[in-house]
Write a protein that binds this ligand. Structure first.
Ligand code: SF4
Ligand code: SF4
Ligand code: FES
Length: 356
C-alpha cells in the first residue's frame, strides 16, 4: 500500500521567536520611493586655541600645521605631504606648545586651550640647527618643502643657518661604501671636516636614477612605496644613525628588487634624490631648461582608470611625467605605463616635419 504524502503548503508558517512579532518576519518594511541620500555631514567640532598670541577656532582633528597654515603662517616642512601619513622625522616643522620638547606640527593634533608659538627663539634655534645639519651633510641644491623646486634655501636664509661652521665637507664615499656600513659600526669623524652622505648616483636602469647624496631621509619614498600608496615595499631604511640610508633588499639593483617601477617615489621625493633618467641626463649635460618647458595635464591613455598625468615637455619631448597630488583618482600615484610608457611618442616617421 502506497504511503500517503502530507498535503503541500505554499510556505511553512513562520517559526515562533520568543518576543518577536511574526509579522516582521514575513512583511518587509516599506522602502522609501526616493533616491538613497548620503547621511548629512555633521559640522566638525571646533577647538579654541591660541596661535602666536591670537585666539583662533579650528576644526578638531586638524594637525597644528594645518591650523597654522590656515592662519597664513609659513612653517617649513620636508617630510610631510598631503597624500602621505606624516612621519614626523625631519623636525623642521617644530613649534612650541609649552611642552618640554618642541612639537612636530605636521603630526600633532590641535587640542582645546592649546597655546602654540611658531617662531619664538626656541623654535628658530631648533630649525636653524636642523637646517645646518642637513645642509652640511646633504646636497640640497634641488630641495624644496613640497617639490624639488629649490625653495629650501630661503629657509636657510630666514633662520640664519651657517652649515659651513662644521668645516668643509669630508670626501664623498665610494660607490657602495655607505651601503656596506653595518649598524652600530660607527666611523669616528676626523673633527676637521663635516661628515656628509656624498656618494655616486645609482644608475642601474633606463627609467630613474637614485642619487642618495641628495637624500634627507624624509621617508616619503618609503611611505609611497609602502602602505600609503603602492604596497610594494621595495625600499626601506637600512642601517642606523649617520649610516642610515634608503635601500632595496640586500641593496639589489632596482630591476632585481621588488620594485615595479611605478615611480610614485619620484613623485614625492622633495630633494631630487629620485629623478627621471631623462631629467638626470639633461641636467648632467647642462640642458635642463625648466623655463622652456611646458606642463600639460592630460589623462593616461592606457586603461580605463583614467589617471591624471602631468607631462613636462622640453624641445617637443616628454622629459618627465608627474601626477598631480590633487587629482581625485590617483592622488599623485601612477603605474609604470602611465609614468614611463611614453617613449613611443617620440618615434615619428623618418622625414616627418615632427621627427625628433
Ligand atoms: S618605483 Fe614604485 S615600486 Fe619602485 S621603489 Fe619607487 S615606489 Fe617602490
Ligand atoms: S630618496 Fe627622496 S623621498 Fe626618499 S627618503 Fe630620500 S629625500 Fe626622502
Ligand atoms: S615636516 Fe614635520 S617633522 Fe618633517
Amino acid at each position: 500500500m502506497s504511503e500517503q504524502l502530507p498535503p503541500k503548503t505554499a510556505f511553512p508558517p513562520p517559526r515562533p521567536y520568543p518576543g518577536v512579532d511574526p509579522e516582521i518576519l514575513t512583511t518587509p518594511p516599506a522602502r522609501s520611493p526616493g533616491l538613497a541620500q548620503a547621511p548629512e555631514r555633521r559640522a566638525p567640532r571646533m577647538v579654541e586655541m591660541t596661535i602666536d598670541g591670537a585666539p583662533v577656532s579650528v576644526p578638531s582633528g586638524s594637525t597644528i600645521l594645518e591650523a597654522c597654515r590656515a592662519q597664513g603662517i609659513d612653517i617649513p616642512t620636508l617630510c610631510t605631504l598631503s597624500t602621505l601619513n606624516p612621519e614626523g622625522v625631519c623636525r623642521l616643522c617644530v613649534v612650541d606648545t609649552g611642552a618640554r620638547a618642541l612639537t612636530p606640527s605636521c603630526s600633532a593634533r590641535v587640542a582645546e586651550g592649546m597655546t602654540v608659538e611658531t617662531e619664538n627663539e626656541r623654535v628658530r634655534h631648533s630649525r636653524r640647527l636642523v637646517l645646518e645639519l642637513l645642509a652640511s651633510s646633504v646636497d640640497l641644491d634641488l630641495a624644496g618643502p613640497e617639490l624639488p623646486d629649490g625653495t629650501l634655501h630661503k629657509y636657510l636664509e630666514r633662520y640664519g643657518a651657517d652649515p659651513a661652521r662644521f668645516g668643509p665637507p669630508s670626501s664623498p664615499a665610494a660607490a657602495g661604501e655607505r651601503d656596506a656600513a653595518e649598524a652600530g659600526h660607527h666611523r669616528v669623524p676626523d673633527g676637521a671636516t663635516a661628515s656628509n652622505v656624498g656618494q655616486p648616483a645609482k644608475i642601474d636602469n633606463d627609467l630613474f636614477v637614485r642619487d642618495y647624496s641628495k637624500c634627507v631621509l624624509c621617508y616619503k619614498c618609503v611611505e609611497a612605496c609602502g602602505v600609503d600608496a603602492q604596497n610594494t615595499f621595495a625600499i626601506s631604511v637600512a642601517g642606523r644613525g649617520f649610516a642610515a640610508r634608503i635601500s632595496t633588499e640586500f641593496d639589489l639593483p632596482l630591476a632585481e628588487s621588488a620594485c615595479v617601477f611605478c615611480g610614485n617615489c619620484i613623485n614625492v621625493c622633495p630633494t631630487g634624490a629620485l629623478m627621471f633618467r631623462s631629467e638626470y641626463e639633461l641636467r648632467r649635460a647642462g640642458d635642463w631648461r625648466e623655463q622652456d618647458q611646458t606642463t600639460t595635464r592630460t589623462i593616461c591613455p592606457y586603461c580605463g582608470v583614467g589617471c591624471t598625468l602631468e607631462l613636462h615637455v622640453q624641445d617637443n619631448r616628454i622629459v618627465k611625467v608627474l601626477s598631480p597630488l590633487d587629482a581625485d583618482i590617483t592622488s599623485g600615484n601612477l603605474c609604470v605605463k602611465g609614468r614611463f610608457g611614453f617613449d613611443f611618442v617620440q618615434v615619428r616617421p623618418k622625414g616627418s616635419s615632427r621627427e625628433v
